[in-house]
Design a binder for this molecule. Structure first.
Ligand SMILES: Nc1ncnc2c1ncn2[C@@H]1O[C@H](COP(=O)(O)OP(=O)(O)OP(=O)(O)O)[C@@H](O)[C@H]1O
Ligand SMILES: [Mg+2]
Length: 280
């Protein structure tokens, strides 16, 4: 409950945090969810940089959309935030905790607070919807969860509540592979809720969905983020959806951050900087 209040409030406070040696975090002293400074990424030593000198600050509770053409660096940035990809240079903090330079243990702690949503849902196809959702609890801090049937009643009840929250409690016993894409993404969101993340990183969460399902999944993501005061960074290809569902839109092109704008201030000239067909 304390963390829920923290992520929902205190926007505008100084971006300072106290960090324990194991990477756990004093929630009461920061308003900065993500701080990226001069971040560069190279997949191979002499390859072109996938990200070059990216600077980005995301405040707690904010929803930020990353836009840009294929290969612009959106997925690289999302993955690098939790060091699924190692940066070549620069620094990253999440909730005031240093990600770059973090020990294995501190990094594991940080990742426990981060929920991922992927384009392809990444459910276990032959398992039931309920069991897929239960899996989300296994990654969270302090959970007394084991294989779903051996998990405590309160965790099982929470899984049902998560399914109810995404409107799928009637499908708990269905095998995940028998659901539509939109339903599967809702299951993935219910699974992520079980992790109780403070930050959601979503990589093209609606790319494989029809326009109606896409909107309803983004509505759901926005609603659960608002209810829990969670910060969201999502890569989107649909600019109108980015403008509608994000507080801020960040444009990437060839690994360079071209603009960072409040969604309401984002204009055609800015969009042109990332989608133009002529070289920089
Ligand atoms: N595993 C990898 N190995 C080598 N290069 C990679 C790898 N993943 C991505 N890249 C390169 O890094 C750059 C950024 O790719 P990234 O996947 O981050 O772009 P993106 O904006 O997510 O694109 P898309 O919209 O197609 O998902 C591209 O030039 C890409 O070819
Ligand atoms: Mg991508």
């Amino acid at each position: 409950m304390i963390s829920l209040i923290f992520w929902a409030t205190d926007v505008g406070a100084p971006a300072e945090a106290s960090v324990d040696t194991d990477g756990s975090f004093n929630h009461s002293q920061t308003s900065t969810a993500i701080d990226v400074t001069d971040l560069s990424v190279r997949y191979r030593r002499n390859a072109t940089a996938a990200l070059s000198g990216v600077n980005l600050i995301v405040r707690q509770g904010e929803t930020v959309a990353l836009i840009g053409t294929n290969g612009a660096g959106k997925s690289t940035l999302l993955r690098c935030l939790v060091r699924l990809i190692e940066p070549a240079a620069g620094s990253i903090t999440i909730g005031g905790r240093p990600v770059t330079g973090a020990s294995r243990r501190a990094l594991r702690n940080i990742r426990q607070d981060v929920g991922f949503v992927f384009q392809r849902f990444q459910l276990i196809p032959r398992l039931s919807v309920f069991h897929n959702v239960m899996h989300g609890a296994m990654g969270r801090r302090g959970c007394r969860c084991a294989w779903p049937v051996a998990s405590p009643d309160d965790v099982r009840a929470e899984a049902m509540a998560s399914l109810h929250r995404v409107g799928l409690d009637g499908l708990a016993d269905r095998r995940a592979e028998t659901l539509s894409g939109g339903q599967q993404q809702r299951v993935a969101i219910a699974r992520m809720l079980m992790q109780r993340p403070r930050l959601i990183l979503a990589d093209e969460p609606v790319a494989s969905l029809d326009p109606v399902s896409a909107r309803s999944v983004l509505d759901l993501l926005a609603a659960v983020a608002a209810e829990r005061g969670v910060t969201v960074v999502m890569a989107l290809h649909q600019v109108p959806l980015a403008l509608e569902f994000a507080d801020r839109v960040v444009g990437l092109r060839d690994g360079v951050l071209e603009f960072d704008s409040a969604a309401g201030d984002c204009d055609a000239a800015q969009l042109q900087t990332v989608y133009r067909t002529t070289p920089r």
